[in-house]
Design a protein around this ligand. Structure first.
Ligand code: SF4
Ligand code: SF4
Length: 353
């Protein structure tokens, strides 16, 4: 049974924020930043129908996807639903600035899972996440969270970790807890944005984040933290849901606003282009996609003999060095597993029980 996962950028690289660590702005500046036209939407939907997936996941991302406007989303989802091809899961990653009652009601109606970007309390969030005019975004993101809650929209919080944010994990975790945010995701920043994360800082972050999570776990409160959920899942014999933790790149498609296709959000660059929705049968496996995935299968010698390989799998390819094997966070992962693996196993056993 064929499934299809699309990460669609309806507003291309357009964004109403200027995050200090944005890696996508530079890549998107190479391209024409315009909202996806109706012609491209129709072509994309035709191609999905021709592919005949048994299940479809549609994730909207950016830039800031809500800049395409609520009418765009209504039209897109309406046409997709009318075609009634297969079950569809919708997701939206947003900075929240344009989430109002009407948008939230729409997201709830169509069962969207929302990722809301927020780095922590006011001080931590506003250090890197400011709007186009340099103003704080903190209060507006919290208002968006309240609006999503009011409308019963499922959402998680996505935080970017750089050297500075990594040090704030105690305050960030306490703040998220006080806000009642029970689903969290922390991702390392990319060095090609305006920030960086050293292996030492990441190691300290992973350890402290786990301590905080485990203390809650022991007191009967399960906070969902994506990387920890995935490690526990692996210990329970489940495949990781995060492609960055599978050891091999996933086979999904980034769909740019102009219809161009790329293999991963971190590789929206000309050298990795897979084709376009205006090509014939663009979602059938092709050579650029095959070689992108194959390159990620290479295993570094250290990983091959590492006792934690089953848990770590070498990490995400974007964090590997130029030969795509050695992960720059290897010491962080290894030392973290040394520190936390026993407790992870205990937690997995408790959950299994
Ligand atoms: S580079 Fe990382 S996030 Fe991208 S497809 Fe590969 S494993 Fe997944
Ligand atoms: S901890 Fe290091 S050596 Fe072990 S699997 Fe992960 S990246 Fe490879």
């Amino acid at each position: 049974m064929k499934s299809l996962t699309l990460l669609i950028k309806p507003a291309a690289g357009l964004c109403n924020m200027r995050c200090a660590y944005c890696f996508y702005r530079a890549a998107s500046e190479e391209r024409d930043n315009r909202v996806m036209t109706e012609e491209t939407v129709d072509r994309l939907l035709e191609q999905i129908a021709a592919y005949k997936p048994a299940s479809l996941a549609v994730h909207f991302q950016g830039g800031e996807p809500t800049l395409a406007g609520l009418p765009f989303f209504r039209t897109f989802v309406g046409k997709l639903r009318a075609a009634a091809m297969c079950p569809v899961q919708f997701a939206l990653q947003t900075n929240g600035l344009l989430i109002d009652d009407a948008f939230a009601a729409f997201l709830r109606e169509h069962g969207f899972l929302v990722g809301l970007s927020l780095d922590g309390d006011r001080k931590t969030n506003d250090r890197c996440r400011r709007d186009k005019t340099g103003e704080s975004t903190f209060s507006r993101v919290l208002t968006a969270a309240e609006t999503l809650k009011k409308h019963g929209v499922a959402f998680n919080i996505l935080s970017v970790i750089d050297d500075e944010n990594a040090k704030e994990i105690d305050a960030t975790y306490a703040f998220f807890k006080a806000q009642g945010f029970g689903c969290l995701q922390f991702i390392p920043c990319l060095d090609d944005g305006g920030a960086s994360l050293s292996a030492d800082a990441y190691e300290a972050f992973l350890k402290r984040c786990f301590d905080l999570w485990y203390a809650d776990f022991e007191s009967g409160r399960y906070v969902s933290i994506r990387h920890i959920d995935n490690y526990i899942g692996i210990l329970l014999g489940e495949p990781p849901e995060s492609c960055a933790m599978r050891g091999v790149c996933g086979s999904y498609f980034v769909v740019e606003a102009n219809g161009d296709l790329y293999p991963c959000d971190f590789y929206c660059k000309a050298a990795y282009k897979l084709g376009s929705v205006f090509d014939a049968r663009p979602f059938e496996p092709n050579e650029p996609q095959r070689s992108f995935i194959e390159a990620s299968r290479a295993i570094h010698a250290h990983c091959g003999s590492c006792k934690y390989y089953a848990l770590c799998r070498g990490g995400c390819r974007r964090d590997r060095t130029d030969d795509w094997t050695k992960n720059k966070y290897c010491t962080a992962y290894y030392n973290f597993f040394e520190y936390a693996a026993n407790r992870m196993v205990r937690a997995a056993k408790t959950l299994r029980g």
